[in-house]
Ligand binder design. Structure first.
Ligand code: NAP
Length: 296
């Protein structure tokens, strides 16, 4: 039987509409409007697209959007001074610095300057430490989106063998922490992993975040596995440009129980989780409980 397609678009729309309701209620009951500031340095074309869609979604759910577009030549001093201003601004509950930054700016120093309470990307070392010690943290958006998709697909994750391919700070590592927190048995694979096909074949839950089209073949998948494909790769086939993931979707669909498509799987969840994190950060900031159905 063909694997079920995990409809990230529909699940993200559901989450986004709960966020919209939570934002309205915050305004109605408390006169508070969550605000998200997005800083973009330079004109990386992919960043332009991501920032535009983050700003649009922020406004759609009724939150305040503060966009700061800086020239590629911006100095670290100027960038840090803007972040300090936003850290102190009570109308701003979330701050996101769009990556990658121009090469003269060090992402780790810039992220460390963001107040951890406003770090809605969940990249600050404080949030990384809180997540890895099982405490309330702001969780990076893409892995959080993957976890929500898994919870929607599987009754329980407890005791499952989970394999995460890719160990970046923004996807693979936090994904592994989230799966550990769900009591999965977690293996993290990367470029130097020996016998990657065998490692993948152990997985009841396979999450791939690599950035290589069709790296993961159908016969690497355990029958009945759930596959979450984070990869976004632009390829040209039959003269047309299109997006594919890290997994050979056709091959994997014949073996897996459920799989995310690319596009339409993890991608839409990332922005919805960014909005959810901003609502959570806002509630934490004013001492209100994080709303049900929006915080995780
Ligand atoms: P990254 O920082 O480049 O990390 C890629 C990881 O894959 C690294 O850990 C790397 O290992 C590993 N890797 C590379 N080649 C490999 C191979 N042949 N076998 C096994 N592992 C290999 O990328 P990222 O930021 O995590 O993103 C990964 C993918 O997810 C990209 O396609 C990106 O576009 C996509 N993405 C999607 C979303 C979304 O919203 N859907 C969000 C973020 C990222 P080494 O470190 O050992 O080289």
């Amino acid at each position: 039987m063909a694997a079920a397609k995990i409809d990230g678009k529909a699940i993200a729309e559901g989450l986004q509409s709960r966020i919209g309701a939570a934002v309205s209620e915050l305004w109605r009951k408390h006169g508070i409007q969550p605000g998200l500031a997005v800083i973009q340095v330079g004109e990386d074309p992919a960043s332009e697209v991501y920032v535009r869609s983050k700003v649009r979604s922020t406004i759609e759910v009724g939150m305040a959007s503060f966009q700061h577009k800086l020239p590629a030549t911006t100095s670290e001093v100027d960038l840090l001074s803007l972040i300090a201003k936003l850290n102190a601004d009570p109308a701003v509950h979330g701050i996101l610095v769009q990556l990658p930054l121009p090469s003269h700016l060090k992402a780790s120093s810039v992220i460390r300057a963001i107040s951890p309470e406003k770090d809605v990307d969940g990249f600050h070392v404080s949030n990384v430490g809180l997540l890895s010690t099982g405490q309330k943290a702001i969780v990076p958006c893409t892995p959080l989106g993957c976890l929500i998709l898994l919870r929607e697909t599987l009754e329980s994750l407890v005791g499952l063998e989970a394999v995460v391919v890719g160990h970046s700070n923004i996807v693979g590592k936090p994904m592994a922490q989230l799966l550990l927190a769900e009591n999965c048995t977690v293996t993290v694979a990367h470029k130097e992993t020996r016998y990657l096909p065998e490692v993948c074949r152990r997985a009841d839950v396979l999450v791939t975040a690599v950035g290589r089209p069709a790296l993961i073949q159908g016969d690497w998948i355990k029958p009945g596995a759930t596959v979450i494909d984070v990869g976004i790769n632009r390829i040209t086939s039959g003269g047309k440009r299109r997006l594919v993931g890290d997994v050979d979707f056709e091959g994997a669909s014949k073996v897996a129980r459920a799989i995310t498509p690319v596009p339409g799987g993890v991608g839409p969840m990332t922005i919805a989780c960014l909005l959810a994190n901003t609502v959570s950060a806002c509630c934490d900031n004013v001492g209100l409980a994080r709303p049900d159905g929006v915080s995780f």
